[in-house]
Design a protein around this ligand. Sequence first.
Ligand code: ARG
Ligand code: GLU
Length: 715
Amino acid sequence: MIKITSFILVVLLSIGHLFAKEGMWIPILLEKYNLAEMQKMGFKLTAQDIYDVNNASMKDAVVIFGGGCTGELISDEGLLITNYHCGYYNIQSHSSVENDYLTEGFWAMNRDEELTNKGLSVSFLEYMKDVSTEVFEGTEGLSEDEKQKKIKENIANIKKDADVDGKLRTSVKPLFYGNQYFLYVYKIYTDIRLVGAPPSAIGKFGGDTDNWMWPRHTGDFSLFRIYADKNNEPAKYSPDNVPYKPKKFFPISMKGVQPGDFTMVFGYPGRTMQYWPTQAVDITMDQRDPDRIKIRDKKLEIIGADMNADPKVRIQYSAKHAGISNSWKKWQGEIKGLNRLNAIDKKIAYEADFKEWAIKNETWDSKYKKVFNEFETNYNIYKKYVRANDYYSEIVFRGVELFRLAAMTDAIINNLENRQTEKVIAGRKSMVKYLPRFLKNFNQPTDEKLFAELLPMLLSDVDKEFLPAYYVEMINKTGSDKLVEKVYRKSILTDTDKLKKLLESGSDKQILKLRKDPIVALYNSFKLKNEMDISPELKAATTNITADMKIYMAGIMEMKKGQALYPDANFTLRVSYGKVEGFNPKDGVSYKHYTTLSGIMEKDNPAIYDYDVPDRLKELYNTKDYGKYTVEGEVPVCFTASNHTTGGNSGSPVVNGNGELIGVNFDRCWEGTMSDIMFDPDRCRNIAIDIRYALFIIDKFAGAGYLLEEMEIVE
Ligand code: ARG
Ligand code: GLU
């Protein structure tokens, strides 16, 4: 009897696990769709413990950190933890040769030593609400254009009503491709101070080589503190501000993780494309990803070589290199993963099922046939124009950096020609202000190499009809090597002293003469070509696709009526749940679910910048001075779990069944990066830093153990 019961239980549990992991769920709908399953998997609390408007709940301890990350509160004195890479910009901005916090780390040993961060904010979600009815009010029977206008109007009113005092940030976002709309209301704090960050040899350990990879040993965390005025309300920086008292903060679990343990990630996933039609997936894996990888191969090769040759260039280009490499590597994993999943066949099969359902419903001929025909037409157009757009974007708009100065100059000239005097003055001022920042991380020989290698790619890879005649003539006549000479030697933009003087005190006539500057002229020809012949067509195709996507999505929702369905991520608060587990990345290989300090020592290599283990950490390792942060004699470092996450989830709390913090999310495993488009429960894993490693670094490595006193640590 007992045997049979437990057998059934095992079957039930494994079914639960099978279906559980995919999805980024809406916090206010958990009760309806997910709670039963979550509890079956080991979640011991209620849906109100996660999200509640009237009482303190976990959502009050989760914030948008800066512009694109998540962070969470870990004390009742405003202490916040997020990723090292999320705080990197701020940590770097406090660093100088004398105070090299990147190399040494930074730890405030008391509140007075905490560092203020200009421009940094955290956003607390006050509440979210389904406002679909209000958004669609009065739109019935209107033409598509009128409808969009009315929707815009309704949204503006909803936002106004939600923020009578003008103190909150409101946003109304479409879900399910515009079939629903949700209102999000945030309170924003702007006095955010840096409390602690490990050296980058810990916070970025493994660098771009280990990025997206398992086994991983990155101590990817940093600490900040939120300050408020005396009433606990947002306030500009002031020495009189006091630590913010949160409604809720996460207790920290010392219990650690076992395979099969329930995990929940609560944060702000940026963008997923789970409902894309076949054509979109095909263009991504067959064209867009390969195009951008190919261009970035070149960029990384050039920048990487110069970084290796010169320590100054290494510092100048490290953040840029990391940024270029991050997506470059993800796209490669994405293509591999989609191929392995036979994603195209799966999409085709899904659409065949949909068609069958629609035929049965007698809606195929009247409604969806047209949608799929239009997908075919519009994606054909899209495919052609998006290639040009990707090349322009990677090479002209975000590749060769001198084009950035050219773009600013071009804008000033345009405003001058249009007699927009105020804009001209503002443009000149802001460019003067921007120059030192630009130059700090600019090495002209590197940029020249980028120009010489990247510009010819336009000629060889992009359809002639999308290239400006000016450029084609120039490169054909001069050749790319000579063109570099011509542009960089002749342009005034490379003589920044002269440029600065000109911007500060040059006459209008002198500014207008910059029209003929070789890099400005070249930039202008690309810009105009893009505005005339690429961007409008691309936009039109995208608008049509979006309109059809709304109809298709409505159909999917009807077909799946009664089943739990999650909307694609749109940088709003979501819950993903899963369990602690390793995986098999390929035939014959099996990955454990965690890594340890010993693994850091195995990777130690003082000759390689990203693997140069700090002496203090070695010392702790050699003397086994681990304090209470051990499992079976080892310090845990990272773990993997099967939560559906994406960019933006960086810094998200990873929580156990009791709602205690066990880790901080920071990455995904490479073999599963196709999860933005198609999830595979066998290979999609998120990566978190084990919270005990963060505590170990704070306490034993940095000697900032006083910070632990304000945390609630559950032994
Ligand atoms: N892959 C992670 C994310 O997508 C971490 C990126 C930062 N680290 C790096 N080595 N580039 O953001
Ligand atoms: N590192 C990513 C971020 O900054 C998270 C990794 C992912 O894409 O899942 O949000």
